[in-house]
Unconditional design. Sequence first.
Length: 102
Amino acid sequence: MARKGQPQEDTGQLEELRAAGPGEVHYVHADFDSLAIVCTLASEISKITDRVDVLINNTGRPGAPRRRLSHDGNEATLQTNYLAPCCSPNVSPRCSLHPAAE
């Protein structure tokens, strides 16, 4: 997931993951500076699948030299590094992040 600007899908890395095994690999973009966008993330994932075995969250923001608030009014580093990742897998009850019992 890219954090800012346009989605940064690295097709080389995705193709490498896709070639590694029989599973499916999907890239979904979300800007963690907005919790509303994080909520749409679960909706986008649930359109693709009803089960997620592995979720790679490649986000992080170093502490800024000056305090900055996100669009939601939270301190931006806290929201990007903690609030949004904690929220994202829990917003959609339709999408289980745990494999179903076999």
